[in-house]
Ligand binder design. Structure first.
Ligand SMILES: Cc1cc2nc3c(=O)[nH]c(=O)nc-3n(C[C@H](O)[C@H](O)[C@H](O)COP(=O)(O)OP(=O)(O)OC[C@H]3O[C@@H](n4cnc5c(N)ncnc54)[C@H](O)[C@@H]3O)c2cc1C
Length: 420
């Protein structure tokens, strides 16, 4: 099955939706593809007890007035067999989607670093906990510890609290003075102050990090390094995350230039590849406001409305300054790189231990000798952890990007033969 569009946008988060609204002014045929079953990306996830936030509702209403925007959900991009073409796999079929312009708005994912006990049931990502709770996982009366780094910890604590959980501790690895300096700068972005004030901070403890998750069948307690020394907290869940890592695999596959683990773009969000734009957190993390502005610039630039795109430059600069402050303030401390013990699981898909990976020379060597990164998640957790812990260069992306049905791969072969 072949489907042709003028503009294809990958990712229906704030950046992708904003890009679509801008580009739709051209009247061209636009497709937004997303792996998720609904729009909203990471921040605008809704569920049984979490309605869409007002800004998301406004955005969806705007999209409804644009008949030239189509959505395709549950659609994962597996390969890019030719320039201007993507191989997309859905639950029951696969199809080749063609585009004239492509806008990558693939967002970011959490960075997980291994520590003893991190694979116990009851331990999830901080954003992962949010996603579970918003999707309806009951956490009422559960005792939850949240640990790691960055504002996502507070957002996660807020979501858990609203769902009736008892948040016992929010452990932020950055030190007191850095967090204080960060908070004192927030007056420059009033919306951010409002967000910060709406989140609980009584239990927020800088200079603290998780050193071990302990339990037999599942998590029973967490050992934390705090300013008062090591403490143990009994809990039902631990949600942790050490910041965000841009999702760049599709950009890598398309040959886009990558720097600092993000897709490199110019002022109009153009990547180094002709026809390919990128916006939002795949170009570096910086929050939803920056993602929306970058999406609008990419959307207008894709339809050659450069004057309209330029109208967003000042706003972009303002939120870019917030992104820079965020990255500076929540830099990871070196102790986090030494938490794993030799026997700690490093690749949970293939049950590979930390010592097996640590003795290898680089990522390819580790993969070939241990099967690390060759399981269901295709290294999305352990490859980024390896890059962070061992300073190994990022692995390159190869098709298929995700586990794929043989039938889908065959459609790629048929397509290549037809092209010849
Ligand atoms: C787990 C998590 C939770 C977060 N929670 C918050 C929060 O509560 N508050 C906050 O301020 N910020 C939060 N953030 C930060 C948040 O990601 C951004 O501020 C904002 O959502 C970025 O918007 P975006 O459009 O760039 O990306 P996203 O919102 O991440 O959207 C990217 C979309 O692209 C899709 N996608 C990616 N790759 C592919 C592919 N190959 N094929 C098909 N679809 C693909 C994804 O499914 C996703 O829907 C969270 C981040 C993460 C990772």
């Amino acid at each position: 099955m072949k489907t042709e569009y003028d503009i294809v946008i990958v990712g229906a988060g704030p950046a992708g939706l904003s890009a679509a609204i801008a580009a739709a002014e051209s009247g061209e045929r636009i497709l937004i593809l997303d792996n998720n079953p609904q729009a909203g990306g990471q921040i605008w996830r809704a569920g049984p007890i979490f309605p869409d936030p007002e800004l998301a509702q406004q955005t969806y209403r705007q999209i409804q007035t644009k008949p030239n925007i189509e959505f395709m959900f549950g659609a994962k991009i597996v390969a890019a067999p030719f320039t201007g073409q993507l191989l997309v796999e859905r639950a029951h079929d696969s199809l080749n989607v063609t585009y004239r312009q492509l806008i990558l708005c693939t967002g970011a994912r959490e960075l997980f670093l291994p520590f003893p006990g991190w694979t116990l049931p009851g331990v999830t990502g901080a954003g992962g906990l949010q996603a579970l709770v918003k999707a309806g996982t009951p956490v009422h009366d559960e005792r939850i510890v949240i640990a790691g780094s960055g504002p996502l910890l507070l957002a996660s604590a807020d979501t858990a609290k609203k769902a009736g959980a008892q948040v016992l501790y929010v452990a932020e690895q950055a030190n007191h003075s850095t967090v204080r300096k960060f908070a004192l700068q927030l007056w420059r972005w009033p919306a951010k102050i409002f967000q910060a004030l709406s989140l609980p901070h009584r239990l927020y403890q800088p200079d603290s990090y998780v050193v071990e998750a302990i339990g037999q069948e599942r998590l029973e307690r967490v050992r934390l390094q705090t300013p008062k020394g090591i403490i143990e907290v009994e809990c039902d869940r631990l949600a942790y995350g050490f910041g965000l890592i841009p999702n760049i695999q599709l950009g890598q596959l398309l040959g886009c230039q990558i720097k600092d683990q993000a897709i490199v773009v110019d002022e109009y969000q153009r990547s180094s590849q002709p026809q390919v734009f990128a916006a939002g957190e795949c170009t570096g993390f910086g929050g939803s406001e920056l993602a929306i502005v970058e999406g609008a610039i990419a959307g207008y630039a894709a339809i050659a409305q450069y004057e309209k795109a330029r109208q967003f430059f000042a706003k972009k600069q303002r939120y870019q300054r917030f992104a820079t402050l965020l990255q500076k303030s929540f830099k990871l401390r070196s102790e986090l790189k030494t938490l794993a013990r030799p026997q700690t699981i490093f690749c949970r898909c293939e049950d590979v231990r930390f010592d097996q990976v640590a003795e290898r020379a680089n990522w390819i060597d580790a993969k070939l000798h241990t099967r690390c990164g060759m399981g269901a998640c295709q290294g999305s957790t352990c490859a980024t952890a390896a890059a962070c812990l061992f300073d190994w260069p990022l692995s390159s992306a190869r098709p298929p990007l995700l586990p794929t049905r043989v039938k889908s791969l065959m459609s790629m072969t048929t397509c290549s033969l037809n092209q010849k």
